[in-house]
Write a protein that binds this ligand. Structure first.
Ligand code: MF3
Ligand code: CO
Length: 257
């Protein structure tokens, strides 16, 4: 379903988005060498509960995962890129960590993801890959506005990722979002200008460019959830929820500092 939010719902979306941005920013500050992925999940649960919000993940049981997710945040390390199920693993120096979080507050959902390097060792290829997903996200946001089409966003994202030299997987991408996390339309991370659904004011979208260094092929972990690069290469993911406004797009999940 495609939902168009009214001004009151958009105000509530801003609160949800600020919470998601705040939690991710807080986690980025807290994660260090030795932090366990299950600890990150527990911190996230506490922050969601304290804010009176509800997790979009814990009971989520889509066709692409095994049973309810059972956790509060996706934690992907290195080759794990999407739907990373938190597990008993302690981060080491130089790990590339992707965190993906969606919650509902006041009846409105917001969804965002960040990738960053843990510790002091910053491998140049990993930094470049994270940077490419962030630039692709910025390009996708810049392309969004009333009257533009989903294909314009997909094209903008795909151009940045492609020019940076990454293969693009089209199985998973962005999505509409509103009272629930996953709604139509699907937003591929590559596409053609002028194609697809025409954007309208009040529409909320989650844009989420993600890449794997040297492959477009995913494999699923034995945990039934975590999607990894087929070659074992490193991966990165950046996501914001945006709302279409009168003259462009507003980032809903930016972290306030
Ligand atoms: N938030 C993810 C997305 O960006 C979806 C995670 S689904 C989960 O669309 F079940 F793995 F949590
Ligand atoms: Co999403």
């Amino acid at each position: 379903m495609i939902e168009i939010l009214n001004p009151a719902q958009l105000d509530r979306a801003r609160e949800t988005g600020a919470l998601v941005g705040h939690i991710l920013h807080t986690l980025k500050e807290k994660c260090t060498v030795g932090t366990n992925l299950l600890e990150i999940d527990r911190w996230t649960q506490e922050m969601i509960v304290d804010a009176g919000a509800t997790s979009c993940y814990v009971d989520y049981a889509p066709s692409f995962g095994r049973g309810p997710f059972g956790h509060y945040i996706c934690t992907g390390v290195n080759d794990a890129v999407l739907h990373g199920l938190p597990r008993d693993y302690s981060l080491v120096d130089g790990d590339l960590l992707s965190l993906d979080l969606a919650v509902v507050l006041g009846g409105v959902a917001a969804d965002s993801a960040i990738s960053f390097i843990v510790g002091d060792t910053k491998p140049a290829e990993s930094v470049a890959m994270i940077d490419a997903t962030e630039r692709a996200l910025a390009a996708g946001i810049a392309a969004a506005g009333p009257g533009t089409r989903i294909g314009d966003i997909s094209h903008a994202i795909g151009s940045v990722l492609g020019e940076a030299g990454y293969p693009i997987n089209t199985e998973f991408g962005g999505h509409g979002i509103g009272s629930t996390m996953h709604q139509d339309p699907h937003i591929s991370n590559t596409g053609r200008r002028g194609r697809g659904y025409k954007l309208r004011r009040g529409l909320m979208l989650a844009l989420e460019p993600w890449v794997m260094a040297d492959t477009a092929e995913l494999v699923i972990d034995d945990d039934g959830w975590t999607l990894r690069s087929a070659t074992g290469c490193r991966t990165a993911h950046s996501e914001h929820t945006i709302a279409i406004t009168d003259d462009g797009a507003e980032i809903i999940t930016a972290a306030k500092r």
